[in-house]
Design a protein around this ligand. Structure first.
Ligand code: TTP
Ligand code: MG
Length: 349
């Protein structure tokens, strides 16, 4: 499969944004994760200046403080980071619609048919010029190699891994550079005397499958730089909904409200998990005779808050309560989402 893949990964993303927006922080150790280093939080990320002191993502703030007491500790400003992520995605979309985000600051772009090296350069430059941040960009003919490439010269890196001599190129690298080889697999491989990807290349395919199952087969291929996984554009639900069919038809408003409260809680969690908030709520009612109606309301501000979803749901319930027929099913849905890269009044977030 002949593809051209670009992997973009922003450098010290949250910390770099804070340094961009407050010039007095530039060149200094900055830790994002909480403004009080004596509290129970963990480090979300640290500027490269802070990393020189051994500070890493997921480390307790207290430990970061011990390593570098003069670092600047900042709270996480997710609203801002999401806005920046949306801005970066708008740049990506000028070049392709085949974009697979891995996180707020990381994505694969499939630009098959184009000059991936030139495009990768251009995207990196546009991010620098328009967003004021550095990205590390990797280019290759599959996802594994593109991701490996973006990490090779971080920060502010640009690396192309060409098709030729891939096996030899991979051979000296430690096995944990293979995407998916975490600490446990690495330890296990080390016990088998396998430290580099070259060591792995010498292992028998059948042996790997016997030892690791299906993953063993993938390891065998990845060790040779072979990876056929396509870039999967993020699935974008248009709405998220919950509904229930009652065991017996219901007419008590309290029971209906209890269901809506439950839906609001669940929907709030589902929205948060996906980083979404919606402006429209829709109430669905199916009466005992299967007649089904929906009623919607659209608000200026998107929400993912259970209390607010519940409040909006009750406004809708009021609209249909008048006829007091027995109800067989009730449902609640949220829609009208904002997605990264889509123009919207982002300040509302
Ligand atoms: P990463 O891309 O892993 O890290 P980074 O961008 O800060 O630094 P670099 O890529 O240059 O190594 O993660 C992107 C953002 O995700 C990061 O800025 C903060 C957040 N994050 C967490 O909140 N917790 C974590 O444990 C990690 C790894 C990242
Ligand atoms: Mg990053």
């Amino acid at each position: 499969m002949d593809r051209s893949i670009i992997h973009v990964d922003m450098d010290a993303f949250y910390a770099a944004i804070e340094q961009r927006d407050n010039p007095s922080l530039r060149g200094k150790p900055v830790v994002v994760g909480g403004s009080n280093p004596h509290s129970r939080g963990v480090v979300s990320t640290a500027s490269y200046e802070a990393r020189a002191y051994g500070i890493r993502s997921a480390m307790p703030l207290k430990q970061a403080y011990l390593r570098c007491p003069h670092a600047v500790f900042l709270p996480v400003n997710m609203t801002k980071y999401k806005e920046v992520s949306a801005q970066i995605h708008r740049i990506f979309r000028r070049y392709t619609s085949l974009i697979e985000p891995l996180s707020l600051d990381e994505a694969f772009l499939d630009v098959t048919g184009a000059d991936a090296g030139a495009l990768g350069r251009e995207i990196k430059d546009r991010i620098k010029k328009e967003v004021g941040l550095t990205a590390s960009v990797g280019v290759s003919h599959n996802k594994f190699l593109a991701k490996l490439a973006s990490d090779m010269e971080k920060p502010d890196g640009f690396t192309v891994i060409p098709r030729e001599h891939v096996e030899a190129f991979l051979a000296p690298l430690p096995v944990n550079r293979i995407w998916g080889v975490g600490p446990r697999t690495q330890e296990y491989l080390n016990e088998l005397g396998i430290f580099t990807i070259g060591d792995l290349q010498r292992l028998d395919r059948a042996f790997l499958v016997k030892t690791f199952g299906k993953w063993g087969d993938e390891l065998y291929l990845l060790a040779r730089g072979i990876d056929d996984r396509p870039v999967k554009p993020s699935r974008k639900p248009k709405s998220l909904g919950e509904e229930v069919t009652f065991p017996r038809d219901v007419e008590e408003p309290e029971k209906l409200k209890a269901s809506l409260a439950e839906f609001a809680r669940t929907l709030g969690q589902r929205l948060k998990k996906r980083g979404l908030a919606g402006r429209t709520v829709t109430l669905k009612i199916r009466y005992h005779d299967f007649v089904t109606i929906t009623r919607s309301l659209t608000f200026p501000d998107p929400t993912d808050q259970p209390e607010e979803l519940y409040r909006r749901a009750l406004l809708l319930l009021k609209k249909v309560e008048l006829d007091r027929r027995k109800i067989r099913l009730i449902g609640l849905a949220v829609s009208n989402f904002l997605y990264p890269g889509e123009p919207y009044q982002l300040s509302l977030w």
